[in-house]
Design a protein around this ligand. Sequence first.
Ligand SMILES: CC(C)(COP(=O)(O)OP(=O)(O)OC[C@H]1O[C@@H](n2cnc3c(N)ncnc32)[C@H](O)[C@@H]1OP(=O)(O)O)[C@@H](O)C(=O)NCCC(=O)NCCS
Length: 298
Amino acid sequence: MDNPDVESRIVDVFEIRLADIGSVDVAQLLALSIAVQWPHRAEDWQFMRGIGRGVVALDEIGRALGSAMWFPYSDGFAAVGMVITSPRLQALGTGQWLMQRVMAECGGRTLRLNATRAAYRLYRSLDFKRSQTLFQCQGEAIAPDTAAAAAAGLRALTDADLPALIALDASAYGVRRAALMTALLAQSSSLGLFRAGRLVAVALCRRFGRGHVIGPVVASCDSDAIAVVAPHIAAHAGQFLRLDTHRPGGEFRDFLARSGLALFDAVTTMSLRRDATIAVPRIRDRPASYGVVSQAFG
Ligand SMILES: CC(C)(COP(=O)(O)OP(=O)(O)OC[C@H]1O[C@@H](n2cnc3c(N)ncnc32)[C@H](O)[C@@H]1OP(=O)(O)O)[C@@H](O)C(=O)NCCC(=O)NCCS
């Protein structure tokens, strides 16, 4: 600086190294997500580490300055998420470095992720292609009318329903996520819609971030989706509730808006390599996703 009254010195020339995400204290990861104003709790990070793998960028004294995770749902497919660079270090190539490492670890898998506005250019430069918009709906829940909340054939899932949950999720997501569904069922309140003894729609709801999140939600039509989601909304009336959906509009989105879950933000679902499932046009009356598990898990 030219002004002699202003003292300055260079303080941030340091080296960073990559390490396994399992090797750091969860408090470090929490500090990272808080720094980019994400709502995750320590428990949310723990849960993700239980399912996935990943890397952290550490400075010389072991502080976490970046992260990236991947969730290997099958030998051929993984979801990527929790890509964060500490604000002080952004636009210096760390995001690119973390992603290259994750992509190398994922081998030839098809990758799917949800890109924030800040990250879109990064993923484009890595050859990810845009597929859909994911709408983040959240707010203070308002109890829906009782007619919607009392559909016939609705009940909580038990462990015996796990295979049906895994199959229904797979029919909407495109890939079996057995470990994730098993872990989610254990820590969520669940509602399944059964017809002739068959699970035709489902919505799980769990603690996450600022309150609760509903997801996954799978159904074949808007009215079934509303039937499984409405009781969760009623159970959290007056509390913070979130649901991230690919539905661009229609009855389901209107229902969410009436229930206090307003559009808060939108991210872009992107894929690397042929993501057959997401490219298939939705066939009427076939199970489809009405709510993702989270932006990271997809
Ligand atoms: C997105 C994020 C991880 C990028 O990390 P980074 O270390 O800044 O990434 P890089 O320095 O490798 O930059 C990669 C590209 O993104 C661009 N970029 C970085 N930050 C950006 C921003 N805030 N807005 C727009 N573009 C940005 C860079 O200019 C670079 O583009 P280029 O290759 O065309 O020059 C980081 O901004 C971040 O943590 N943001 C908040 C959390 C978030 O949104 N994570 C993404 C989840 S999908």
